[in-house]
Write a protein that binds this ligand. Structure first.
Ligand code: DUC
Ligand code: ZN
Ligand code: ZN
Length: 463
């Protein structure tokens, strides 16, 4: 299968230029002017951007959580990804009690077998840090191609500081990266007790129970562990101005603290929890939505380079039957999480680029090029000869009103319902094969179930 894309504007993380592009099989073979080789498909991309497919390195596909499980599996989740211009997904792989880390990788890979429509990889999450599990880090990095490891500082399956230190030391030896969900569990437990006594249990109090200071303290403590060990961390879903300040403080001192944020922390604020009825439950996620001040600070953090990646934390639970079943009388029982994998690129373009908050090149960096570099995806993340032909032909003027019925995520709502975006994919390619296209009113999936493959990633090489 070959593909010739003519007349588009190729966008990189540092610039843009007009050129034709020829794809042979999985790879970008030639970039140049007036290319005229015969091809199975010829696309006129005049007036359109040719972007590298977005990479979402933060998803929870089919994850068992809070008495239920995240509703998108590897098939529905990667179909939604494709329709949103996401061509690589790096999913969390939660180790079970007593399970080996390497067995956990094999187990989650088997869940994906024959189901994914775009390429994927896994981040093992260390939940049962026995010494023999820490010793598996070397194999996970060097043999299994999974060089990033998630830990939680909250929830029942959190790890303690001593474990964090050991993991930082072990990952440092082999080029691993520790990803941290940073919230102080004791602050949250204390707030929960107070709110319980006061009978404050509606969704709004989810945000009150997890104040900015809980993130600030945890980021600061995790950064100190990095300073101690000389290792590196990546803070997932950074949400607050205060947390960002701690990231910046460490980075300014040369400590390798990296950070990711998500569209919900850039665009939504805690007022959402006050929506009528039980609607606030739609936004119950951890960390919670913050204030507009934090939204603005995080955009600044992207531009200053203190936030290197934008991801989704895609973790969908239906509003009817999941969000409202468990937690009607107590915010603590509402499954934490929200859908987002399909709206990542459209939101970042429309709210970021079209509104002048970030450049198009910065968008490519935080969605693709920088993400590939952070996570060792050496064949992904850029429109360059030799890279996988994971491409989005993007019309920057196409309008679309986000609405759940026109999206593909397996969930009954979107937190961005009714928001009009400017800029949508025209066509999305995964290793040279078209997987999604604009049909005039919405995106259609046109790919092949099971064509996505597991990608072995490289150790961290610096950022
Ligand atoms: N936060 C969420 O909101 N959902 C999944 C896990 C997490 O840390
Ligand atoms: Zn998390
Ligand atoms: Zn998450």
């Amino acid at each position: 299968m070959s593909l010739l894309i003519k007349g588009g504007t190729i966008v990189t993380s540092t610039g843009r230029y007009n050129a034709d592009l020829f794809v042979d099989g999985d790879k970008i073979k030639t970039i140049g002017t007036d290319l005229d080789m015969p091809a199975d498909e010829v696309v006129d991309a005049k007036g359109k951007f040719v972007l590298p497919g977005a990479i979402d390195p933060h998803t929870h596909l089919a994850m068992p959580f809070m008495g239920t499980h995240a509703q998108d599996d590897y098939q529905t989740g990667t179909i939604a990804a494709a329709c949103g211009g996401v061509t690589t997904v790096v999913d969390f792989d939660l180790q079970q009690k007593g399970e080996s880390l390497l067995d956990a990788i094999e187990r989650k890979k088997s869940w994906a077998d024959g189901k994914t429509v775009v390429d994927f990889s896994l981040h093992p999450a260390v939940m049962d840090p026995r010494p023999e599990v820490i010793a598996e880090v070397k194999k996970a990095i060097l043999d299994y191609g999974t060089p990033s490891f998630k830990i939680f500082m909250v929830y029942d399956f959190r790890v303690d500081d001593a474990t964090m230190i050991k993991l930082l030391e072990e990952t440092k030896k082999y080029g691993g990266l520790v990803q941290v969900h940073a919230e102080n569990v004791y602050i949250i437990q204390h707030m929960n007790e107070i709110l319980e006594k006061e009978g404050k249990l509606t969704p709004y109090y989810h945000a009150v129970s997890r104040p900015n200071i809980a993130e600030e303290e945890a980021v600061s403590r995790a950064a100190k562990m990095v300073e101690l060990t000389g290792s590196r961390i990546y803070i997932v879903h950074l949400s607050s101005k205060e947390g960002l300040f701690k990231v910046k403080e460490a980075r300014d001192r040369g400590i390798d603290v990296f950070a990711e944020t998500c569209p919900q922390y850039l665009l939504l604020d805690e007022e959402r929890y006050k929506e009528s009825g039980f609607n606030g439950a739609k936004y119950v996620m951890s960390p919670p939505l913050r204030t507009k001040e934090s939204n603005d600070a995080l955009w600044t953090g992207i531009n200053s380079g203190d936030v290197q990646v934008v991801a989704t934390d895609h973790c969908p639970f239906d509003f009817n039957g999941k969000k409202d079943m468990f937690g009607k009388d107590d915010y603590k029982k509402i499954p934490n999480g929200a859908p987002g994998i399909e709206t990542l690129l459209m939101l970042l373009h429309s709210e970021g680029v079209a509104k002048g908050r970030i450049t198009l090149e910065k968008m490519v960096d935080v969605l693709s090029t920088g993400t590939a570099r952070m996570f060792g995806l050496k064949d992904k993340g850029a429109v360059e000869v030799g890279k996988d032909a994971d491409l989005v032909i993007f019309d920057p003027n196409q309008k679309f009103t986000i609405t759940q019925s026109k999206l593909h995520m397996n969930v009954d709502y979107t937190p961005f319902e009714g928001r009009e975006v400017t800029g949508m994919p025209v066509a999305v390619y995964s290793r040279g094969k078209k997987v999604a296209e604009w049909n005039g009113t919405q995106m259609d999936f046109v790919g092949e179930i099971g064509r996505g493959k597991f990608i072995k990633r490289e150790p961290f090489e610096g950022f």
